[in-house]
Design a protein around this ligand. Structure first.
Ligand code: 8IG
Length: 272
């Protein structure tokens, strides 16, 4: 079997040839709710279906078909990755991080991971965007598990001290007045947490809970990319609000916020 790094290189070559983009500067992975907003960044110069690239799987989440859109924004080549796959769909970790490894192999040195999440802090209600300062990986797995990476890549014992780039965070906080930071706890899902699990996550220092991002961040850092994380709070987590969680409401919160998400990405692009 082809190793995951070689598979990502093949996918990157195919992406380059299909998109006509020689090398990307920035990649933005679009979580639920973010795709609609990202259209504010401009008209894509190409739209590549991820199922046409080696190693990609079609997402099973409703309304998430996989595509990589290419844009040139003020001279920078941006890849928008839409339709991520999750552990909870039954995919292996290597499949979950394949899109990230691919866009980095296609040149992207800066990666923005966006998501929709649950909020633990009542002061950050649905509709709030939070900059990820750090994470708790509660998935009990890692993209570094398995055979060691090929020699040309860094050690599997990746240093995560600066996982969510302090440099990029400082620039983002300066560029976007009112933006606040939080700690993202990544669970496997797809069930939402129990109130006791949310109490645990809060005790451990988490302000956000979700089912994505953490594995991609680790894989991106391993490959030397600078990582930024942005979470849209789509619901208050279990036991924080008085009402039960509802997947449809979660999706609607994303739709409602999409215009402001686009504006936010526009504000951030100059620093990326
Ligand atoms: I949107 O409350 C969204 N994603 N784990 N918990 C977890 N993931 C989420 C939640 C939530 N809301």
């Amino acid at each position: 079997m082809t190793n995951p790094y070689e598979l990502a290189r093949q996918a990157a070559d195919e992406l380059r040839s299909k998109s006509g983009v020689d090398s990307y500067d920035v990649a933005i992975v679009l979580g639920s709710g973010w795709r609609e907003g990202a259209t504010a960044l401009g008209a894509p110069t190409s739209d590549v279906a991820t199922t046409s690239l080696p190693g990609f799987f079609a997402p099973t989440v409703a309304g998430h078909h996989g595509q990589i859109l290419s844009l040139n924004v003020e001279g920078r080549n941006v890849a928008l990755v839409a339709g991520r796959v999750h552990l909870y769909e039954g995919h292996a970790v290597d499949q979950v991080v394949h899109p990230i490894r691919t866009v980095i192999a296609a040149g992207a040195r800066r990666v923005v991971l966006t998501n929709a999440c649950g909020g633990i802090d009542r002061a950050k209600p649905a509709g709030t965007v939070v900059l990820i300062r750090d994470h708790l990986n509660l998935t009990a797995t890692s993209p570094m598990e398995g055979p060691p990476p090929p020699e040309e890549f860094g050690s599997r014992f990746v240093d995560l001290t600066d996982l969510y780039s302090a440099r990029l965070r400082a620039l983002a906080l300066a560029a976007v007045p009112g933006l606040s930071e939080g700690i993202y706890a990544g669970f496997r899902g797809p069930h939402y947490e129990t109130p006791a699990e949310i109490a645990m996550a809060r005790t451990m220092g988490a302000t956000l809970v979700g089912m994505s991002t953490v594995l991609e961040a680790i894989a991106a850092r391993h490959l030397g990319a600078e990582v930024m994380g942005l979470s849209l709070v789509s619901n208050l987590a279990a036991g924080v609000a008085d009402t039960p969680l509802n997947h449809l409401e979660v999706l609607e919160a994303g739709q409602a916020a999409s215009a402001s998400l686009g504006a936010l990405l526009r504000q951030l692009l100059p620093i990326l």
